[in-house]
Design a protein around this ligand. Structure first.
Ligand SMILES: Cc1cc2nc3c(=O)[nH]c(=O)nc-3n(C[C@H](O)[C@H](O)[C@H](O)COP(=O)(O)OP(=O)(O)OC[C@H]3O[C@@H](n4cnc5c(N)ncnc54)[C@H](O)[C@@H]3O)c2cc1C
Ligand code: FES
Length: 275
């Protein structure tokens, strides 16, 4: 095993520096980790909550001074335990794991929903530096659940960019889901790349739109993960291991697993369950 793999696979205990409530169900935990601060865009860490579980989380911040963060939706036992953690308390991490987004030049569309926005925000920060033209579409059920809006607007204010927010109840931005404005914009404009992360149905719809408008796409997927290094098979998606071959997949790769993408995932017992 290379020295780099040995280093990232070692469990590190990190101290929580800050806890920020992003929405009624989502919190961001900031910590210092030199290794994660060098992670590539879209990579994830395995977060160990002692006595509870170890779960995958995207890095929502990776700063060169070592400051990093994860942004966590409370959905079950492990994320509930994490939500109870306070500044100065500890959790474990290993990683970063997986492949990464490839930043594109030209004109790009970013489409995200829920905590799927976590890896897309650092990506947008990088794209803004590359003077790429950015259309960022973000969606949530309600205004309260619309994540990172201020951070996205601040980052993109200096770039050639527009931000389009949607909420399902119409409490902010346009009423509907993120794919609605994305579909309308794609009818009129061409893009060099679409990036997406969020609910799998949303990403599936973006794949259909990308095919229709002959636009390449990169999507970051979620699956149940245990080892994160391609050994246990928990994260299988057709011929791919999402932890190792992903989490970022191209439109071409997703077409190869179209029977499963947007339809099935493996549950805790190893059986396929509908998405
Ligand atoms: C690469 C990657 C990056 C992720 N990044 C984030 C992130 O930035 N923020 C965030 O809040 N969550 C993220 N997740 C999802 C997160 O790992 C799960 O929500 C978490 O493991 C749930 O643990 P739990 O014990 O709280 O809930 P559980 O009791 O394990 O599950 C609660 C519900 O969530 C579903 N679920 C659990 N794990 C996953 C999963 N990996 N993919 C899809 N559905 C799942 C279960 O089927 C169940 O319906 C990511 C997942 C992956 C694979
Ligand atoms: S999580 Fe074990 S193979 Fe991917």
């Amino acid at each position: 095993m290379s020295a780099y793999l040995t280093t990232i696979n070692r469990l590190r205990i990190v101290r929580i520096q800050e806890v920020k409530r992003e929405s009624p169900t989502v919190k961001t935990f900031t910590f210092h980790d030199r290794i994660c601060s060098k992670a590539r865009l879209g990579q994830f860490v395995m977060v160990w909550i002692p006595g509870v579980d170890e779960i995958p989380m995207s890095l929502s911040t990776m700063r060169s001074d070592g400051r990093c963060s994860i942004t966590v939706a409370e959905v079950g036992e492990a994320t509930k335990a994490l939500h109870q953690r306070k500044p100065n308390e500890l959790f474990g991490i290993r990683g970063p794991y997986g492949n990464s987004f490839t930043p594109a030049n030209g004109s790009v569309m970013i489409v995200g929903g829920g905590t799927g926005l976590a890896p897309l925000v650092p990506l947008a920060e990088k794209l803004a530096e590359l003077s790429t033209r950015i259309s960022f579409v973000l969606g949530a059920k309600t205004r309260d659940e619309l994540l990172f809006l201020q951070r996205i607007e601040t980052v993109l204010s200096k770039a050639d960019a527009r931000v389009i927010a949607t909420t399902e109840d119409g409490s902010y931005g346009s009423k509907g889901v993120a794919t609605d404005p994305a579909r309308e914009i794609l009818k009129r404009e061409t893009f060099d790349m679409i990036y997406t992360c969020g609910p799998e149905q949303m990403m599936y719809e973006m794949l259909v739109l990308a095919e229709r408008y002959h636009t390449p796409l990169q999507a970051s997927l979620e699956r149940l993960m245990r080892c994160a290094i391609g050994l246990c098979g928990s994260c299988v998606l057709g011929k791919f291991m999402v932890c190792k071959d992903g989490p970022v997949f191209s439109d071409k790769q997703l077409r190869e697993v179209k029977d499963e993408f947007g339809r099935f995932k493996l549950g805790r017992t190893g059986k396929k369950v509908s998405i």
